[in-house]
Ligand binder design. Structure first.
Ligand SMILES: Nc1ncnc2c1ncn2[C@@H]1O[C@H](COP(=O)(O)OP(=O)(O)O)[C@@H](O)[C@H]1O
Ligand SMILES: [Mg+2]
Length: 379
């Protein structure tokens, strides 16, 4: 699917903005703090129903307003030219429930929006994927899972809900309470947790080859890049796509084994909420041993590989969102990225110049939360 038209109402600094988006590369240019990233953030919100900057929904609503509205016309793939695009209207509430309308009719649940639009984000912050703790990498995998199949959104929220209840019980239990109360939480935790882990393992298998290739493309030199699933609860068992049937029994056993420690510490100590995706370059943990340049290449490669996997599985590429990435890259990585950029609709922000190899279909100037489109001449 592709984005055809976008309207923002009270989204961040945009009081009322509108832009038509072509099938190629649309560049959003302008000075700092003018509202460029906000445009991409709004599109990203439609795909994942959260900000790729990690901001809470309340921060997306223009200060002093009750809700932000992101309205988008989306052209589904494989439809003839005579078919009307879908109109999505997402109302993001500063407090309370969000509401989403598809072709003017409210969706039964706002989260039914997931699957309507997919995006691949490149942003300066991506380095955190490699450098920061395991949570960043789990989120990366879980976001990709939702893009591949929206039902994983429900699996993830099931798991988080059970974990919250279980931890709440652990925090407040007293000797008079029967620890068998945990049986119910344990069973639900294992069911949702094992499904999540199986999804992550299948995803890692799909990512392996594209990740190696993308790293070589971006870094300009081949290296042995690998990603292994690390789960302390699995003990000596190395979890991969050949062990899918072992996941639930192993997790159940580990949760049972950890019960007395959980009671003691008043916290759920084992499970997929603590797992990691260990990325290495030539056998060395990238988080600890890779140079800054290698880490940057690897972060780009992770996003590119995710893009390839989604395109393959879903049958059409996600919309690319490139937020100010070229300012952070040295010239060779920037050129390599442009040379290997997947063919897809792209929205690109910049406060400066873009690599010459990036052919913009149109440039939109962003100033003070206002957009002004200018057709590029002769490109
Ligand atoms: N919720 C909000 N309400 C009003 N203004 C906001 C809100 N969030 C951010 N802004 C404003 O938007 C501007 C930043 O927008 P951003 O898209 O990050 O700019 P750019 O990418 O062009 O540097 C800042 O001036 C900031 O004050
Ligand atoms: Mg910005």
């Amino acid at each position: 699917m592709q984005l055809a038209h976008l309207w923002l109402t009270d989204f961040r600094g945009h009081q009322e903005s509108e832009v038509e988006v072509g099938p190629g590369i649309t560049v959003f240019a302008g000075g700092n703090a003018q509202g460029k990233t906000s445009v991409l953030e709004a599109v990203g919100w439609l795909a994942r129903m959260s900000s790729f900057r990690g901001a809470p929904d309340s921060a997306l609503v223009r200060v002093g307003c009750e809700k932000a509205i992101v309205r988008a016309e989306i052209v589904p793939a494989n439809r003839g030219p005579d078919v009307r695009p879908d109109l999505i209207e997402a109302e993001i509430a500063a407090a309370g429930r969000n509401r989403v309308l598809l072709n003017r009719k409210p969706l039964p649940r706002a989260r039914d929006l997931l699957g309507s639009l997919r995006t691949t984000v490149f942003a300066p912050d991506d380095l955190r994927l490699v450098k920061a703790g395991p949570a960043e990498r789990r989120t990366e995998l879980d976001d990709l899972l939702v893009a591949l199949s929206p039902r994983y959104d429900a699996v993830q929220s099931d798991y988080e809900r059970v974990l919250k209840h279980r931890n709440a019980w652990l925090r407040t239990w007293s000797r008079a309470d029967d620890p068998a109360t945990l049986d119910v939480w344990d069973e639900q935790m294992v069911r949702a947790g094992a499904e999540l882990v199986r999804g992550r393992l299948k995803l890692l298998d799909r990512l392996a080859a594209p990740l190696g290739k993308a790293y070589g493309d971006v870094a300009g030199a081949a290296a042995d890049v690998s990603g292994a699933y690390e789960a302390a609860w699995a003990g000596d068992v190395i979890l991969d796509e050949t062990r899918l049937d072992d996941v639930a029994p192993l997790l159940a056993e580990a949760v049972a084994r950890s019960r007395s420690a959980d009671l003691e510490r008043r916290l759920t100590l084992v499970g997929p909420h603590r797992d990691d995706w260990r990325l290495s370059i030539d056998g060395l943990d990238a988080r600890r041993y890779a140079s800054q340049g290698e880490q940057r290449s690897l972060a780009l490669a992770v996003r590119l590989a995710g893009h390839v996997v989604i395109s393959d599985v879903v049958g059409e590429p996600p919309v690319l969102l490139l937020d100010d990435v070229f300012s952070e890259l040295d010239e060779s990585r920037a050129n390599n990225l442009v040379a290997h950029m997947p063919i897809a609709q792209a929205l690109v922000t910049t406060a400066g110049t873009l690599p010459p190899g990036l052919p913009a279909e149109r440039v939109v100037w962003v100033a003070g939360g206002r957009l002004e489109a200018r057709e590029e001449q002769g490109q």
